[in-house]
Design a protein around this ligand. Sequence first.
Ligand SMILES: NC(=O)c1ccc[n+]([C@@H]2O[C@H](COP(=O)([O-])OP(=O)(O)OC[C@H]3O[C@@H](n4cnc5c(N)ncnc54)[C@H](OP(=O)(O)O)[C@@H]3O)[C@@H](O)[C@H]2O)c1
Length: 334
Amino acid sequence: MNIAIVGATGNVGGKLLEVINRLKFKFSELYLIASDKSVGKKIHFQNKEYTVVGLTDFDFSKVKIAFFSAGSAIAEKWAPIAAKKTIVIDNSKHFRMDKDIPLVVPEVNPEALKLYKNKNIISNANCSTIQLVLTLKPLHDQFKIKRVIVSTYQSVSGAGNAQMNELEEQSKKVLDKQKVSSKNFTKQIAFNVIPHIDSFMEDRYTKEEWKMTVETKKILDPNISLSATCVRVPVFVGHAESINIEFDSKVDSEKIRKCLEKASGCKVVDEVKDGGYITPVESSGDFFTYISRIRDDNTQKNSINMWVVSDNLLKGAALNAVQIANVLVKKYIN
Ligand SMILES: NC(=O)c1ccc[n+]([C@@H]2O[C@H](COP(=O)([O-])OP(=O)(O)OC[C@H]3O[C@@H](n4cnc5c(N)ncnc54)[C@H](OP(=O)(O)O)[C@@H]3O)[C@@H](O)[C@H]2O)c1
């Protein structure tokens, strides 16, 4: 089976290569595609040198699966063209709420994948949604979730390469006591936090916050109410979320912990002592989503609080995409 990566030189593209290697995902030929500025660039992967090729002339009939990680505008224009000849797994937000396109987190709603034939496109959920629904799924199955309030602490790699560079450059300047200017963020990101990710909507929420609500409903259950506040923090890799969950039935933190200990793709690290929890830095490079600080909400019945951390480039993007491809290969294509 031949595969392609569109956006191979980007953050998520690089991680797709890493995950393909780590999961030993089998392929015959691999095509690495990026913008014109990267055409001809050499990428060393699994003892072979690959030359990056351009998107406009690429013949997608050469591949069975094309991973897209080149942003929404490229996906909007090129994914439907590619999908006439291959199956597209897209990392951008563009197709996520299209009712004919499955939005999949394999541990949560693998059954949705059967709809892939509608348009030959499968959407990868938003990074902050993926780690959230991964932890909500077993809890919803066992205790039925009524309402979720989530505040995110999202790393700059969630925005792209240029934003990672901006954090690095600004941090150096601040430490050197030089003046800082912002190009890719609306305010200074170094030594600061910004309560604004993606564009503002009419109801005063941001699109990132809206995405968490509608994607959770699409993937898990339309009856779950969810309110999000999404914040960009000066962390390179790894998103954290503080989550308050209200259930239909009586719960306590012990029952919740036991349930989460069995959650697929998750690990509970939750000790009431200094350092008995996971932070974004430790989650970086790891396939697991970590759950810490599970405790009863003493102000409201049937409610708990917890802290969830995951590598946004891995489970939040590349790992989830390759896991989707694995299910496709095992169950739907040969
Ligand atoms: N980062 C995350 O945590 C995360 C999580 C989930 C989803 N996503 C989504 O994944 C996508 C990629 O994000 P990223 O963080 O990897 O961005 P990035 O680091 O900025 O990389 C963008 C990639 O797209 C390529 N590209 C840009 N214009 C192109 C064109 N005209 N034709 C072909 N390729 C083009 C770039 O190639 P050049 O190097 O040649 O410019 C680069 O390979 C976005 O839609 C993002 O929202 C990201």
